[in-house]
Structure formats: structure tokens, C-alpha cells
Design a protein around this ligand. Structure first.
Ligand code: HEC
Ligand code: HEC
Length: 204
């Protein structure tokens, strides 16, 4: 009798755990759907599904969710500034940012860029030599707050790295500016040409 009662309690606890997990999963799915709805205003610039078709606007697809929400938070708080982008972050709540980030993070990154053969050979060596892979991950798909750069728009990559090098671009911890400080402009062009084509591979 006693053991049956214990079993019964254990079963109830187990069911509670399963029910809790299912609820969590359901709310996760809902976040993606809500995020998709909230992201409709963003796709005019960041492209349908967050794969940008404008060379000046970054793709958001396949970014780590934390990198997207961190960027949005910094735009909203004024730590990162861009006259075109900042107004779109101004009215987002933290919840909005997380929902939108979850949505874009779930989409596959696609790139149309074609790398010049000479840079396909040089790019991986430079990315290793200058520790890009150390921080942005072995496949440059980003990690937590560090953005994905694989398959990013070529023009955006060139612009961002040059600005980090010139120390005119907002940098949360100074790491990226110091990484860029030792690059020649020729290195930047090779790296961007190589990295921009690393698309069509979803996050693990
Ligand atoms: C009118 C065009 C436009 C719209 C609409 C827009 N953005 Fe942006 N967004 C930009 C530009 C331009 C940048 C690059 C700014 C920079 O790096 O200085 C940017 C950058 C970003 C970044 C940083 C990406 C990175 O890799 O550094 C995020 C995240 C972002 N936008 C999210 C959003 C979200 C979410 C929305 C909708 C709520 C949105 N944007 C709407 C133009 C736009
Ligand atoms: C020590 C760590 C570190 C190293 C090494 C590093 N990065 Fe970064 N990188 C970062 C961080 C952190 C950010 C985000 C900075 C921010 O937005 O405030 C960043 C941002 C960037 C961005 C802007 C991406 C975007 O979507 O906004 C580009 C492009 C970039 N890095 C390219 C490179 C390249 C190319 C290399 C190798 C030459 C490199 N990084 C090496 C940490 C690093």
C-alpha cells in the first residue's frame, strides 16, 4: 500500500514534469510565431526571412538569438547608433526583442555571394591567423552574444570591419576593434569576400 502510494506520488511528479516541459515547448513555439508577426516591419530592409537582398543591410537569419537581442538592446539604449536602424529598436520591449530574435535565429542563412577563387584559398588561413574563428566559432556562425558573420552581406562586412579598425564603430567590449586593428585593407577585402559566401548552412 505504502509503496503504491510512493509510486503514485512519483508518477504524479513525473507527469507534472512532462506537462511542464510541454508547456515550455508550447510557449517556445508561440514565441517564434509571435516573433514572426512582430518581425514583419523589419523585413523591408533585412529581407524576407531575414536573408537580406540589399548589400548595405545585414542579414539576421541564423544569428544566435542572443546576438540579435543584444544588438537590439544596444540600439534601443543608444549604445549603438545608426540613423536608419535606431528608430526601429526604440519602441521594442525586451519581450519583443526576444521573440523577434528567436524567430530570425531559427531561419536558415542563405548567401548569394560568390567568392573569387584566390580568396577562397586565402580566406580560411587569414580567419585562423587573426583568430576570427576563435571568437565567432569554427564556422563563423557566431556564439552567444558574438554575431554570426558566415554568409553576411559583403558590403556590410567590409564597412563594419573598416569601422572597427578606425574605431568609429560602437564595440561592446573593445575586442572586435583590437582584432581589426592589425588587419590591412587587403586582408579585410579577402576576409569579407571569403566570409560572405559561407551561407546555405543552418545553425547546428
Ligand atoms: C529602414 C531599414 C531598416 C529597418 C526597417 C530595420 N532595420 Fe535593422 N538594420 C538596418 C541597418 C542599416 C542596420 C546596420 C546598422 C549598423 O550596423 O550600423 C541594421 C542592423 C540591425 C541589427 C544588427 C545586425 C548586425 O549583424 O549587426 C539588428 C539585430 C537589426 N537591425 C534588427 C532589426 C529589427 C528586429 C527590425 C524590425 C523591428 C529592423 N532591424 C528594422 C536597417 C533597418
Ligand atoms: C576576441 C574576440 C573577437 C575576435 C578575435 C574577432 N571578433 Fe569579430 N566581433 C567580436 C564581437 C564581440 C563582436 C560584436 C561587437 C559589437 O557589436 O559590439 C564582433 C563583431 C564583428 C563583426 C560585425 C558583425 C555584425 O553583424 O554586426 C564583423 C564583421 C566581425 N566581427 C568580423 C571579424 C573578423 C573578420 C575577425 C577576424 C579578423 C574577427 N571578427 C575577430 C569578437 C571578435
Amino acid at each position: 500500500m505504502r509503496s503504491a502510494l510512493v509510486f503514485c506520488r512519483a508518477t504524479t511528479a513525473f507527469i507534472a514534469v512532462v506537462a511542464f516541459s510541454l508547456t515550455s515547448l508550447a510557449s517556445l513555439a508561440a514565441d517564434l510565431e509571435v516573433g514572426k508577426a512582430k518581425a514583419q516591419v523589419c523585413i523591408a530592409c533585412h529581407g524576407p526571412d531575414g536573408n537580406s537582398i540589399n548589400p548595405e543591410f545585414p542579414s539576421l537569419s541564423g544569428q544566435p538569438a542572443q546576438a540579435i537581442s543584444t544588438a537590439l538592446f544596444r540600439f534601443r539604449e543608444g549604445n549603438r547608433k545608426n540613423t536608419v536602424m535606431s528608430p526601429f529598436a526604440a519602441d521594442l520591449s525586451n519581450r519583443d526583442m526576444n521573440d523577434i530574435a528567436a524567430y530570425f535565429a531559427s531561419i536558415k542563412r542563405v548567401s548569394q555571394h560568390v567568392t573569387q577563387p584566390v580568396n577562397s584559398a586565402l580566406g580560411p588561413e587569414l580567419a585562423k591567423k587573426y583568430n576570427c574563428t576563435q571568437c565567432h566559432g569554427p564556422e563563423l556562425k557566431g556564439l552567444q552574444h558574438i554575431p554570426r558573420i558566415a554568409g553576411q552581406q559583403y558590403n556590410f562586412l567590409i564597412m563594419a570591419i573598416r569601422e572597427f579598425k578606425a574605431q568609429t564603430r560602437s564595440d561592446m567590449d573593445g575586442n572586435m576593434s583590437s582584432a581589426a586593428s592589425i588587419l590591412s585593407d587587403a586582408d579585410i577585402v579577402v576576409l569579407a569576400d571569403y566570409i560572405a559566401a559561407l551561407g546555405d548552412n543552418s545553425r547546428p
